[in-house]
Design a protein. Sequence first.
Length: 276
Amino acid sequence: MRKHFLFLLSVLAIPQVNAASISYFPCAEQECVQRFKDIKVSARKHINANIILGDMYLNGYGTDESKSKALKAFKKAGSWGSVEGNYKAGLLIISDDSLADKEKGLYFLRDSAKSGHKNAVYFMAEILSNSSYGIQNLEQANFWLAKAAEQRHEQVPKIIARLKSEQKFNEQNFPQTVVVLEELTAESPDEQAPLGYPAGALTPNGDEIEVVTVQTPKLGDLIDTGIEYYQSAPISITKNTTGTRIKGRSCQDEANACSDIPTDQFIRYYWQFLMD
């Protein structure tokens, strides 16, 4: 079981991206300490700054490592409507027995998955289909695995391969998933891939692929840009905040200008390299 929890922690600490990635690392240098202090101040007024703060606590960047404080920061972001905050809070809880019960972790992860967070959907399928996590539920796993397949998550074949090796993947246990896979197979009948499904079934269609060459920024530069942004950006947390800057609306409404997906350069970079 421990190896699975370590896997979840590695996902939190070193998120994977398409072509390049940046990961946090323990840092006690003065410049790291100052960045931590600046982000901590920004977190009082800006929703997504709490996610950066949580990453810093989780990895000991500019401060002592603290999973409990990281969780508090992620949960705070989630409480203001951040889908990413709930995603990270859920994974952290499930990965560490000392933080809370696994059902609580699923609560946060499920909330993020319901909002369409691709990796949250995948982990709902992985955790609920795998007895190693201690909260297996094949009926619910079937629902989320089908969703992950619909989203063409690249890790779906690995889940199916594991379930097949355990003799659990069949139409009785995973009816929705089987239907989705059959539909995907019908889209590319001439191409075969591992598990007997078409090569393109669980990946984006060719005309949906956009090739972008990106020069990976350094972590410190990325955080510095974020600090500069937060020091001048409109405050997103007030006593009346509901998760967006629109009174009475929440971040779950995709039409709202939620800080989950802002348009400024820093947040685009941060989400691309650290939060995908």
